[in-house]
Design a protein around this ligand. Structure first.
Ligand code: IDC
Length: 400
């Protein structure tokens, strides 16, 4: 299989081999205004979460018994001598605006974000991640660790337990050949400098631990918001990146942008130049953010900014409103066209439309079609093995 045949672009890099749609380098443009749509917050607790004890290991989304191995989506080629740890997905490198493997072949990551790790720890398990890799064709999982909400790392949460969950998550992802994003999930603490010292300590420790892991990605601030400026975010980012680079000289680092990751043009106008292998995050919720945010994204990319969509929903920005599949498809097609990576919010059964599982689903792995919410079904169709292609052609493995 060649990169062009990789279909949904969600192949995993193994031994430095890449699969993914060809990225497109667009000609330079100039930045423009973006939509300043607010993220509607909510603050309910986990009361609606179903119990985790009914984990069925035998469920399968695919009706047949064939399970794709980690080799699907691979491109044949020589082993990559820049690999640090044999067997791990290959190192990632940002070239221009494009994420690539270490030899410069474009790579597009697609996957799922956990809900808050403290909120829903039960989904961090090997069978769950493996199903996403093998049956859904995902190649990345994001571990969202809130800093200030619900058992937040900086607001009284159990730091040792949270770090243990991250270790478990990295190990589950690594075992099935996936990339894994460690997400310092700021939210109500809108300015990342609020917990600067904690972030430095956390990333110093994490980067030391995972310096040799080619599949670990550091996301240093989920969504700066509340009027925080790009210069504040940049100042924070440069300090955290310095700490990470002190341990891990080349791991991919994702930097949030102001206004809940919508003001990418501000980063494009004043990017971080002291370090490389950095991408900037844009987040969208398809029922809220449409043409103007898509325009902002393409303009930022055309201006030279490497963009990574580390979180999106197909519902509105509250995470629990109407779903807009038409806008979601338009987003996905644009992201595929540009070879931009995208990670869906969220892996849980919380009674909210962004959760990919129905609230009645008590399983923590082995999900079947009946377990999926509308968001989950859309995602499965979009990403599942045989799902929609980079060219936007819809060939879902399963028709719902
Ligand atoms: C939401 C969760 C919700 C939780 C809330 C806490 O879906 O269950 O109660 O956070 O405030 C984001 C954030 C992400 C939000 C999500 C939906 O990164 O943490 O999750 N969202 O509101 N940005 C835009 C939307």
């Amino acid at each position: 299989m060649t990169a062009g045949e990789a279909g949904n672009g969600a192949g995993v890099l193994v031994d430095g081999e890449a699969a993914g749609p060809e990225g497109q380098n667009q000609e330079a443009g100039k930045n423009a205004g973006v939509q300043s749509g607010d993220r509607a917050g909510n603050s309910e607790t986990k009361s609606e979460a179903a119990s985790q004890d009914s984990a069925a290991g035998n469920g399968s989304i695919q009706g047949d018994t064939e399970v794709k191995s980690g080799t699907d989506g691979r491109v044949s080629g020589a082993a990559d001598d820049t690999e640090k740890e044999p067997g791990l997905p290959g190192a990632l490198k940002v070239i221009g605006t494009q994420l690539t493997d270490s030899r410069g072949t474009p790579v597009q990551l697609k996957g799922i974000s956990t809900h808050g790790l403290a909120w829903y720890p039960e989904y961090v398990n090997a069978a769950c991640f493996r199903q996403f890799r093998e049956e859904w064709g995902m190649n990345v999982v994001r571990l969202a660790m809130y800093t200030a909400e619900y058992g937040g790392y900086c607001t009284g949460g159990n730091q040792d337990e949270l770090k243990e969950l991250i270790r478990d998550g990295v190990s589950c992802a690594t075992d099935c050949g996936m990339y894994v994003i460690i997400d310092w999930h700021i939210l109500s603490d809108g300015n990342p400098n609020t917990y600067l010292e904690e972030a430095k300590e956390f990333f110093g420790e994490i980067a030391e631990e995972y310096a040799e892991y080619t599949n670990v990605i550091y996301e240093i601030c989920n969504e700066p918001n509340g009027g925080v400026s790009w210069s504040d975010v940049k100042e924070y980012a440069e300090q955290i990146i310095e700490v990470i680079r002190g341990e891990d000289e080349d791991g991919l680092i994702l930097v949030g942008t102001p206004n809940w990751c919508q003001y990418v043009e501000q980063a494009a106008a004043d990017p971080i130049t002291a370090y490389d292998n950095i991408m900037y995050t844009l987040h969208f919720y398809a029922a809220t953010h449409t043409d103007s945010l898509r325009d902002a994204m393409t303009k930022a990319v055309e201006a030279g900014l490497p963009v990574f969509v580390s979180e999106y929903g197909i519902c509105d920005a509250s995470g629990n409103g109407a779903i807009d599949k038409e806008q979601a498809d338009r987003w996905a097609e644009l992201l595929d066209e540009y070879g931009i990576s995208y990670v869906a919010w969220n892996l849980s059964n919380k009674a909210e439309t962004s959760a990919i599982l129905k609230s009645s689903c008590g399983k923590v792995s082995g999900f079947t079609l009946e377990d999926l919410s509308d968001s989950g079904k859309w995602l499965y169709e979009r990403l599942g093995v045989g799902g929609s292609g980079a060219a936007g052609e819809k060939t879902a493995a399963i028709h719902l």
